[in-house]
Design a protein. Structure first.
Length: 367
């Protein structure tokens, strides 16, 4: 190996290991701060409890978990052993020391859970449970921890307990939907996803989730409908009119749900990918209709929607070109489409189609 190649290899190796060491150092430092709750040895003044909680909540909303945990720990240390502190002001609201302890312990447990420190999360959650065992946040987080441990029956019971006290709790409905979907209880999953959607009309942000519950529930409900559609493929009988009506309903509702999700969160790739997949399926079905009733115009509109979602989706452009050229007889439109295809994927076959269509369009003009 030439000397300069060896040097480059050594440099890359050194940079790789340096990056690994830096990441490990950051994780260790974050762990130290969160586990110990503070980098300072002196006790915190009781008067600062409200400020610590407000700062911690702001950091938690931004998902700055290490610093958020540090400030929650500051608040707990400032409270010390004071059980009867009243009137702690947090964002203009007066709270008791018990309420503050519950909030801080619950948030620290959530941070541990998001950091995959399940043992620490369970231990800290118990502190919150000692204060108020039936608190919605306590039961919800306990259910999540059960879920993460694979204890799905126990997780289900916790989420159901949340709904017993708060029937309109969107997140609990969503989490139950995920559990039922995972166990192929699609009707139950659909019911809870629908409730989750109904109870999050404003698409409220949850720091611990990648999207609002109303978006996630629409995504998963569409996937549940897609799974229910797959079941019809394995029916050992011919489709009845009722079967066809149900297949059409499931497909239409799955697409509608994803369109709603995309409208409110267009940057979410999972929604776009799932929507494109369902639209391809719909377009293909339209093209497979009986030869006398093939709905090429409708299929064309579906492909047009696909390329709106992803202008680089060459398969949709190609089908549009074929429909224009072979079935609708619009050679000029087909030519423009194939020119777009060639920009995306400059293949000789596409170029040949362009040349042929140019000749056809020129001949039509001559006529």
């Amino acid at each position: 190996m030439p000397f300069h190649a060896k040097s480059l290899f050594s440099l890359r190796s050194w940079l790789f290991y340096a990056e690994v060491v830096a990441v490990i150092g950051f994780v260790v430092l974050a762990f130290f701060y969160i586990q110990r709750g503070t980098a300072e040895s002196e006790s915190q003044p009781l008067s600062q409890v409200g400020n610590f909680i407000e700062k911690a909540d702001t950091l938690f909303e931004k998902q700055d978990l290490a610093d958020a945990a540090l400030h929650y720990w500051h608040a707990l240390r400032a409270l010390g052993m004071e059980d009867e502190v009243q009137g702690i002001s947090i964002n203009g609201t007066s709270q008791t020391s018990a309420e503050v302890r519950l909030h801080a312990n619950l948030r620290i447990a959530e941070i541990y859970s998001q950091s995959n420190w399940l043992k620490d999360a369970k231990a800290r959650l118990e502190y919150a449970a000692h204060i108020q065992s039936e608190h919605t946040g306590v039961r919800l987080l306990r259910g999540k921890l059960f879920r993460d441990e694979g204890l799905l029956a126990e997780a289900t019971q916790e989420f159901l307990a949340v709904l017993k006290n708060m029937p309109d709790h969107a997140e609990a409905h969503y989490l139950l939907g995920v559990l039922y979907q995972g166990s192929k209880q699609f009707e139950q999953a659909s019911k809870h996803y629908t409730k989750a959607i109904e109870n999050d009309p404003e698409f409220l942000n949850l720091p611990s989730e990648k999207a609002p519950i109303g978006i996630l529930a629409r995504l998963q409900l569409s996937r549940t409908y897609a799974r229910m559609l797959q079941n019809y493929q394995f029916l050992d009988r011919e489709f009845t009119e009722e079967d066809l009506a149900e297949v059409t309903r499931l497909e239409s509702e799955a697409i509608a749900l994803l369109e709603q999700a995309h409208k409110n969160m267009p940057e979410m790739n999972e929604v776009v990918d799932d929507l494109i997949r369902l639209l391809f399926s719909r377009a293909s079905a339209l093209e497979r209709e009986d030869i006398e009733t093939r709905q090429y115009v409708d299929a064309l509109q579906v492909y047009e929607r696909i390329v709106e979602l992803d202008p680089e989706e060459v398969r949709a452009w190609e089908r549009m070109g074929e429909i224009y050229a072979s079935f609708l007889g619009d050679k000029a439109a087909a030519l423009e489409v194939y020119r777009t295809v060639y920009k995306i994927e400059p293949h000789p076959t596409v170029l040949a189609n362009i040349k042929s269509l140019e000749e056809d369009v020129a001949a039509e003009k001559m006529e």
